[in-house]
Structures are given as structure tokens and as C-alpha cells.
Design a protein around this ligand. Structure first.
Ligand code: C5P
Length: 299
């Protein structure tokens, strides 16, 4: 028997970052929106824990216990006193190390798939607690939709979304390390008074009413200057997307994927074609939001 779980990518429509905390993390007001790009994680009984990965970027995915899917299986097995003997296969479609929570998606997917395969019947709260141990973005990968993340991003409040938003994602060559981007943020704000992060009322209104133009005006990512500082060429990608008619563009999370909000499906195709033709990105993907969280799709 195998269990397959599908898990969405995310874009941060607001990422407000506070000063570094004593534990090295940053307090956030992090508005997550799940988007319709998905990884699929399949769990199958095996003699020992094993990870495989397929998809165009599979070569960039670690297959050892640094993979969040492996860590999810180990964490669930340890809590329930069982042996983590499972083959986890990741069919990867979310850009790797792109700031779209692809690794977090695999962690949430593996957790749900192992829980179903092993019959451990973890409660939603237990699953969320394990997700929070795995990483700041992992709880959101489990719940999907839209949510405000506070603390280091792991404490979630679900948000209402009143419509469908259309996106284009420009995938850059190579990844950006999340700790490196936060480190650059710290360097750029050194000596300045960093305000406590707070969710933007205009942005929450835009989500609630499904108003694309309002959302375009409210998109904000405090990590963007740091990502641009480490990867200055992202400014060319942002310029190409907005010149092609995107309503707004921003770096997705810690980057280097850039996200463009567009009016509708036709505009998405036009902007994706223009981004590809501009030569400022490796590939361009079209998606919509919100998208559901981790969901079992096959047994
Ligand atoms: O929680 P996660 O493992 O995804 O975090 C990766 C890294 O990103 C952390 O080690 C830290 O450097 C940085 N981070 C942070 N503040 C957050 C979330 C992540 O500084 N709220």
C-alpha cells in the first residue's frame, strides 16, 4: 500500500520582519498565501528510511536526513515509538530553494502520508506541533489557504480570501540560502530602529474582498532589499515583469523566485512569455491562489 499527499507552494504577500531575537530567529508578521504549484509525496513501506525525488530540479534536492520529508518521518516515528521504515518519493514541481516553501511542503506532505500509512492517527494539533519543530513555514504548508503567521511565522491565524488571484513566478538560476538572506537583512538594518512587525490592514482587506488591484498596492516583503543585495540581477527580473503588464512584482519570501500579481489568466500568459523572452529568469510558472493545504490524493 502507498499513500500520496499533494502539498502547495506559498507566496508571502506580506513579510514584515522585526529585529533579530536572542535565539537568532526574527519575529514576523507573515501573510502566507498558498498557490497552485504542488509537490506530491508518496509513502510506501520499506526496510529502512529512504528518500527519492523526481522532476526537473530533482538533482538539487538532498536525499539524506537534512531533507524535511525525512525529518518529518523521523519525528512522527519517534513520538509513536515505531521504526521509520518508509520509502518517501517526492515528485517535485515547486522550485527548489526558491523562497516558495518547497522543502517545507515536502515535510508537511511526508508527515501526513506517514501518519496515514502507519495508522498513527496524530491529532491536527500534534501534526501542527511537529510541523513547527521542522521549520517556521511547515505549519502553513499543512493548512494552506491563507494565514497570518506570527512568532517566527509558525503561529497561524487563518485568513479569509474572497476571490482568486493570478500569479506568475519567475524562477531564477540557483537558490538563495534563507539564513544568508536573514543575515543580510540584519547587516542592512544594523544600527537602525526596526519596528515590531504588524499585519497591514489594507492587505488583509484586499485578501478578504478578493480585490487584485488593492492587493497589488499592498504587497510588501522586508527581505526584498536583502535578497536584491545578494542577487542584484533580480531587479532586472522585477523590471521585466512589470514592464510586461504585471500589476506588481516582489521577491517571494527569501527569494530568489520573484512573484508577479496579474489581472487574469490571459495576463498571466502574456507576462510569463515576456519574462521568458527577457532572459532574466530560468523559467516562468503560472499559478492561482488560494490553494488547499496538504491533501491525501491517492491510496
Ligand atoms: O525555520 P526555518 O528552518 O525555515 O528557518 C531557516 C532559517 O531562516 C533560520 O535558521 C533563520 O536563520 C532564518 N529565520 C529567521 N527568522 C524566522 C524564520 C527563519 O531568522 N522567523
Amino acid at each position: 500500500m502507498s499513500i500520496t499527499v499533494r502539498v502547495p507552494a506559498k507566496v508571502n504577500v506580506q513579510l514584515a520582519v522585526g529585529a533579530a531575537r536572542p535565539d537568532g530567529f526574527h519575529d514576523l508578521a507573515n501573510v502566507f498565501l498558498a498557490v497552485s504549484l504542488y509537490d506530491e509525496v508518496t509513502a510506501t513501506p520499506a526496510d529502512e528510511l529512504r528518500i527519492t525525488c523526481s522532476g526537473p530540479d530533482a538533482g538539487q534536492v538532498p536525499l539524506d536526513t537534512t531533507n524535511l520529508a525525512a525529518r518529518a518521518a523521523l519525528a512522527l516515528a519517534a513520538r509513536h515509538g515505531i521504526s521509520p521504515d518508509v520509502h518517501l518519493h517526492i515528485a517535485k514541481d515547486i522550485p527548489v530553494a526558491g523562497g516558495m516553501a518547497g522543502g517545507s511542503a515536502d515535510g508537511a506532505g511526508a508527515l501526513l502520508a506517514c501518519d496515514a500509512l502507519w495508522g498513527t492517527r496524530a491529532s491536527r494539533d500534534e501534526l501542527l506541533a511537529i510541523c513547527a519543530e521542522l521549520g517556521s513555514d511547515v505549519p502553513f504548508s499543512l493548512v494552506g489557504g491563507a494565514a497570518l503567521g506570527t512568532g517566527r511565522g509558525e503561529r497561524l491565524t487563518p485568513l479569509e480570501v474572497g476571490g482568486t488571484f493570478h500569479w506568475v513566478f519567475a524562477v531564477a538560476d540557483g537558490g538563495l540560502s534563507t539564513p544568508a538572506v536573514y543575515g543580510e537583512f540584519d547587516r542592512l538594518v544594523a544600527g537602525a530602529d526596526v519596528p515590531a512587525p504588524a499585519a497591514s490592514a489594507a492587505l488583509l482587506d484586499a485578501l478578504r474582498t478578493g480585490d487584485t488591484a488593492l492587493l497589488a498596492g499592498a504587497l510588501v516583503n522586508d527581505l526584498q532589499p536583502a535578497a536584491l543585495s545578494l542577487r542584484p540581477s533580480l531587479a532586472d527580473t522585477l523590471a521585466a515583469g512589470t514592464a510586461a503588464g504585471a500589476l506588481a512584482g516582489l521577491v517571494s519570501g527569501s527569494g530568489p523566485t520573484t512573484a508577479f500579481l496579474v489581472k487574469d489568466e490571459d495576463a498571466a500568459r502574456t507576462v510569463a512569455d515576456a519574462l521568458l523572452a527577457s532572459g532574466t529568469c530560468r523559467t516562468a510558472r503560472v499559478a492561482t491562489s488560494p490553494a488547499p493545504g496538504a491533501t491525501q490524493i491517492r491510496t
